[in-house]
Design a protein around this ligand. Structure first.
Ligand code: PLP
Length: 436
């Protein structure tokens, strides 16, 4: 039997996320078969630096010995057992460990599988909490979010999303949310004043709005958001799906401004990038708002088939072990400084409009270009030729390497990206000139 032609099978049957399939099927496809450390390896054995941590989630690299071993050990016990009516050691231990490392005040952990569902759950919890408080609080049925925010693709998370390109087509399906200007505490105050008694919660991506193209908030903004939420009696949901687990330079971004949210959404790096697992952390106050006699129906009626999957929990526990044993956050600091130094050269390139960095989250903004040019995508293809996988957000090149990347690999990655930007812009000079 001949080996399957994966590229052809893909063209014939697979529908890719966030992908215009008409263009995709015309391009040469890259099939990743294996990975090791910070490298992805294709079917021909070519190696590529994983410049975006396989969509922002790989933490300690691929094929990490500790996480691999934890998964092997777990699979010999049980791969899946439901959390509806049962519990298991991985879920209980992980919940306790998350509570220990999360901003204080968060004491309860609700599992799901993706960033979108972690957000969906936080929104439903906030809404139901306010309903169950009763009286005037029952009028708190809407949310405040930031413009350009991204919290996932399910209908609830899209309702609090602010990226028109992704979200506007679904407006008729969405619930009410009020938008505030990112990084502008006075604007949030204005929005909260205007809708004072109808807001259940404010939701933010702390410090960095990732999918917006690594939009950075000014120092003190997150703190101001927390204070405003307290002043207006509104819950604060921090979506650390992208920033959590070291990405923004600390374990959680909230730590940098001493902020304790009422609800915290985690996913991506939770399993070190191995398996889909998410967690929504809540305060005791919120949890207690759901307690009551069975027939009072204050239950949180939500849960997925794979909620708290034991294999995923085992990977997450091993991920947290690696953070401790390898002193990941401490060893990240000089790499963050090196990255800043390396990016200064990229920022000085005439092809680059701006570089934005917070920790290991980087956006290299190529400025405004004709979308038909697909400049960011061209850079991606050039980088692939040179041995790195990156993925843009429009014409913003994202760099989010695994936290375990070595200094040598980091230098190589930035060099490849700089060279790829230069090459992509040079190979499309006429179109670029027209667009300017
Ligand atoms: C801040 C934030 N929230 C939520 C999500 C959605 O996560 P997922 O793709 O796992 O549903 C993302 C994904 O990039 C994100 O960056």
């Amino acid at each position: 039997m001949s080996a399957p032609d994966h590229a052809q099978l893909d063209r014939d049957h697979v529908w890719h996320p966030f992908t215009q399939q008409q263009a995709w099927v015309e391009e040469e496809q890259l099939t990743i078969e294996r990975a090791e450390g910070c490298h992805l390896i294709d079917a021909e054995g070519r190696r590529y630096l994983d410049g975006v941590s396989s969509l922002w989630c790989t933490v300690h690299g691929h094929r990490h010995a500790g996480i691999d071993a934890a998964l092997t050990a777990q699979i010999e016990k049980v791969a899946h057992s439901t959390m509806l009516g049962l519990t298991h050691p991985g879920a209980t231990e992980l919940a306790a460990r998350l509570v220990e490392i999360a901003p204080s005040g968060l004491s309860r952990v609700f599992y799901s599988e993706s960033g979108s569902t972690a957000v969906e759950i936080a929104l439903k919890m906030a809404f139901q909490f306010q309903q169950q408080r009763g009286g005037q609080h029952a009028r708190r049925t809407s949310f405040v979010h930031l413009r350009e925010s991204y919290h996932g693709d399910t209908i609830g998370s899209v309702s609090v999303g602010g990226i028109d390109l992704f979200h506007s087509a679904y407006r008729p399906l969405l619930f009410e949310a009020h938008a505030a200007e990112p990084g502008d505490a006075a604007d949030l105050e204005r929005v909260l004043s205007a809708h004072e008694e109808e807001v259940a919660a404010v939701i933010v991506e702390p410090l960095v709005q990732g999918a917006a193209g690594m939009l950075l908030h000014p120092p003190g903004y997150l703190r101001a958001v927390r204070d405003l939420c307290d002043r207006f009696g509104v819950l604060l949901i921090c979506d650390e799906v992208a920033t959590g687990f070291g990405r923004a330079g600390t374990m959680f971004a909230c730590e940098q401004e001493g902020v304790e949210p009422d609800l915290l959404c985690l996913a991506k790096g939770l399993t070190g990038g191995y398996l889909p697992l998410a967690a929504t952390l809540a305060t005791e106050r919120i949890y207690e708002g759901f307690l009551g006699a069975y027939e009072e129906w204050r239950t949180f009626f939500h849960g997925h088939t794979y909620t708290g999957n034991p294999l995923a929990c085992a990977a997450a526990l091993a991920n947290l072990d690696a953070f401790e044993q390898e002193r990941t956050i401490e060893r990240l600091q000089p790499k963050v400084a090196l990255l800043e130094e390396l990016l200064a050269e990229v920022g000085a390139m005439p092809e680059v409009a701006e570089v934005r960095q917070r920790g290991f989250m980087v956006g290299i903004d190529l400025g405004e270009h004709d979308p038909a040019l697909r400049l960011g995508h061209r850079v991606t293809l050039e980088a692939r030729e040179r041995g790195a996988i990156v993925r843009p957000l429009g014409d913003v090149m994202v760099l989010m390497p695994p936290l375990s990347i070595s200094e040598v690999e980091l230098r190589k990655l930035v060099e490849i990206v700089g060279g790829s930007i230069r090459a992509a812009c040079a190979s499309a000079p006429q179109q670029l000139a027209q667009a300017a």
